[in-house]
Structure formats: structure tokens, C-alpha cells
Design a protein around this ligand. Structure first.
Ligand code: BGC
Length: 378
């Protein structure tokens, strides 16, 4: 599904950002979407681009990455290696806040003290982290808000189009169940992505909710996107609705695992459509097995590569707004940030070959316990 033109322009994006060149004269937006909207995809996130990106030199640069945790499979398996690879010869220092926002504040301060040039932050809490970001900026350290928004106009916001992720999640579930009782399992209330996703879902279901065709019988945030908590939430909503739940919009794969386990206990797995995101190995297997309807796949290799290359460009003195494909983004807090938004891909039982072709998962992993020939790809 990737045309060579798209791949070529994505490679150019990464190479240009890595070399610190400005984007003048380059082709129109390759990987960047104009806003977090449901606008048509400009390009699918391409693993080919991620893996064939020109390595940046990074000489003399030190880049700190403040991870909030490594809970989801993607962070250690895909994001971190892609960032490291894109940093080339730059020094990489990682910290893990273990889901504690106070810890993340001191992690960022310690990175500043270690004289890093750029800090990439996956924020536990996009508001609580603000004082540390201000300290970094005062110390002349550039900050990249990685995947999750930080309400600070001085940060470079690099993420996927999260509104579109939510739109796609709802679109495929809604196609299966355009009426009935819906449960919505949202992510962490301290992560702006939870609301962006919910906004995208509304684009699809709002008129059916307004007309009464869809009834939301349960909706909740899930602290820390925690899968066992999502299971408990689902059990409680099932009890409250007397078992009559027709569809579940889960904002990520980890929580979808908890939801599907609760459905399984009631003999409902496979009949109630469920969404997710991230392309977790277990979730893609569930799509093949038929217990998860859609997994919105974000090729985290491309996100990591883009952020790593941008970090090198910033270290080499490129202004944020001159980094290739950077566009203005207006945040819910009315800050205007420089941003790069990548495009997500919905994976259903009909296009499982896409994740196989991209080298994201092996056939054995994808097709574990799946009856041969029951879906395309297995
Ligand atoms: C990310 C998701 C991830 C979730 C939990 C969100 O901000 O966009 O990919 O599943 O955090 O880590």
C-alpha cells in the first residue's frame, strides 16, 4: 500500500530534518497532517521510510529522553530503538519516571544538569511537567513533546493525528454496530490524547447518540491507561447494563485486552466489537482471531525516527519552525505549537498483510491459534 513516491518523500523528510536543512522547495506535506482532524490521509506511516532513513551524524549532541514509563509494548520495542538509531553518533541518555509525574519533573531537571542539548519528553502529565519544561527553555535546552501534548508553545510537538486515531476506532466499530449500547474506555485524564481520541470518536457517533440510536451506557477515563483497571471498568459497566453492551470503544490495545477479557468471562468476546490502537502483538492476534475489530496502527518507528532527526536538527541550530514538515498546531489550551503530525493506519481482518509486509509482526505471532485460511494473512 505504500507508493514509492510516498516513501521517497518520507525518506526526504527524515534526511532533511537530520541534516538540519530547511524545507523550502520540498514537496507538500509528506508525513505531516495539517491538524488533528479527520482530514483525508496525506500518507500512511511507512516503516520503509523509518528503516531506510539516512543516519544522522549527531556528533557533539547529547539528547535526553524522559520516558513516563515503558508500560506499553511500543515504547521499548519500537519508539526507543528508532530514536536511538536516528540520533546516530549523538549521546543518548534515558530516564524512566515509572508513571510518577513528580519523578518526571526531577528526571528532566537532572537531564538539564547533565547539559543535554535537547530533551524528548513522553509526558506522564502534560500540565504537571510545565515547570520542568520552563527550566529547560531557560537553560537553552530545546524540548520535543513526544507523542503527547505539553501545553507549552516553546515545545516541538511530534505525534500522530490523534483525533484521526479516535475517528478510525469509532468508524470501524460503528460500521459493525450503528445502534445500541456503547461503552467508552478512555485513557489517562492527564494525557491530552485521551480527549483528542474522544473528539475523533464523536465525529463518527455524535449524530447517532443525539438521535438516540446509540446509548452510551458507560464512559470513563482510565488512570495510567492501565489494562487491569480497564477490565474492572468493563466488568462494572456490564453489570450496570445487565450484560447488554453492544460495542466498546477502547482507546488503546492494552485496555482493549482488559475489556476483551471481561467480555470473554461473559461469553461475549467476538460478538461485541472492540477498538484499540498501537499494533501490539497480542492485539493484532486478536484482530486475526476476531475478538478485536480494529487496531489503529501507528508505526512508532517512523515517530521515533522523526523525533530523533528533529532533535539533531535542533541541536545543530535549526529553528523549530524551519524543520521539515513542521506546521502550526493550536492546542486546547490555545497555545500555538510547532508540530509534526503523522498519519495512522486502521488494521482490520481485511488488511492484516499490511503489518506483515511492514515487518511489524511475524506470521507466527499474528496467526497464533487462528484457523488457517479463516482470514487473509493467516
Ligand atoms: C499513546 C498511545 C499509548 C498510550 C498509553 C498515548 O498517549 O498515544 O499510543 O497506548 O498513550 O501509553
Amino acid at each position: 500500500m505504500f507508493s514509492s513516491r510516498k516513501v521517497a518523500s518520507l525518506v526526504a523528510v527524515v534526511a532533511l530534518a537530520a541534516s538540519g536543512c530547511s524545507s523550502s522547495g520540498s514537496s507538500p506535506s509528506a508525513s505531516a497532517a495539517a491538524s488533528q482532524s479527520s482530514a483525508p490521509a496525506s500518507v500512511a506511516a511507512s516503516s520503509a521510510a523509518a528503516s531506510s532513513a539516512a543516519p544522522s551524524s549527531g556528533a557533539g549532541c547529547t539528547v535526553g529522553v524522559s520516558w513516563n514509563n515503558y508500560q506499553e509494548e511500543r515504547w521499548a520495542k519500537w519508539d526507543e530503538p528508532a530514536i536511538k538509531k536516528a540520533l546516530g553518533t549523538a549521546k543518548y541518555i534515558a530516564t524512566d519516571a515509572k508513571s510518577k509525574s513528580e519523578q518526571q519533573l526531577s528526571d528532566v531537571e537532572s537531564l538539564i544538569a547533565q547539559k543535554v542539548n535537547v530533551i524528548i519528553i513522553l509526558a506522564q502529565d502534560g500540565t504537571a511537567i510545565e515547570p520542568a519544561v520552563q527550566k529547560a527553555t531557560q537553560a537553552g535546552v530545546k524540548v520535543i513533546a513526544y507523542d503527547r501534548l505539553i501545553e507549552d508553545a516553546s515545545t516541538l510537538y511530534i505525534t500522530f493525528d490523534n483525533v484521526k486515531v479516535g475517528h478510525l476506532q469509532a468508524q470501524y466499530v460503528f460500521a459493525q454496530k450503528p445502534t445500541g449500547n456503547y461503552v467508552i474506555i478512555k485513557g489517562s485524564p492527564t494525557d491530552a490524547n485521551a480527549n483528542f481520541l474522544r473528539q475523533g470518536m464523536d465525529e463518527v457517533i455524535k449524530s447517532a447518540v443525539d438521535s438516540g440510536a446509540i446509548k452510551i451506557v458507560g464512559e470513563t477515563y482510565t488512570p495510567n491507561w492501565d489494562p487491569p483497571t480497564a477490565k474492572t471498568e468493563m466488568e462494572q459497566f456490564l453489570t450496570k447494563a445487565g450484560g447488554k453492551v453492544d460495542a466498546v470503544l477502547s482507546e488503546n490495545d492494552g485496555m482493549a485486552g482488559g475489556v476483551i477479557s471481561a467480555l470473554q468471562d461473559k461469553g461475549l468476546a467476538g460478538t461485541v466489537p472492540v477498538s484499540g490502537q498501537d499494533g501490539d502483538q497480542a492485539a493484532l492476534n486478536r484482530v486475526a482471531l476476531g475478538t478485536q475489530t480494529v487496531d489503529v496502527w501507528k508505526d512508532a518507528r517512523l515517530l521515533g525516527t522523526t523525533a530523533g532527526a528533529a532533535a539533531i536538527a535542533l541541536c545543530n541550530g535549526t529553528a523549530m519552525d524551519k524543520i521539515t514538515n513542521v506546521k502550526p498546531f493550536t492546542s486546547p489550551g490555545k497555545n500555538t505549537l510547532n508540530s509534526i503530525l503523522l498519519d495512522p493506519d486502521p488494521i482490520t481482518k481485511d488488511n492484516l498483510a499490511d503489518v506483515l509486509d511492514a515487518g511489524w509482526i511475524t506470521k507466527d505471532q499474528l496467526c497464533q491459534n487462528v484457523k488457517a485460511g479463516s482470514v487473509k494473512g493467516c
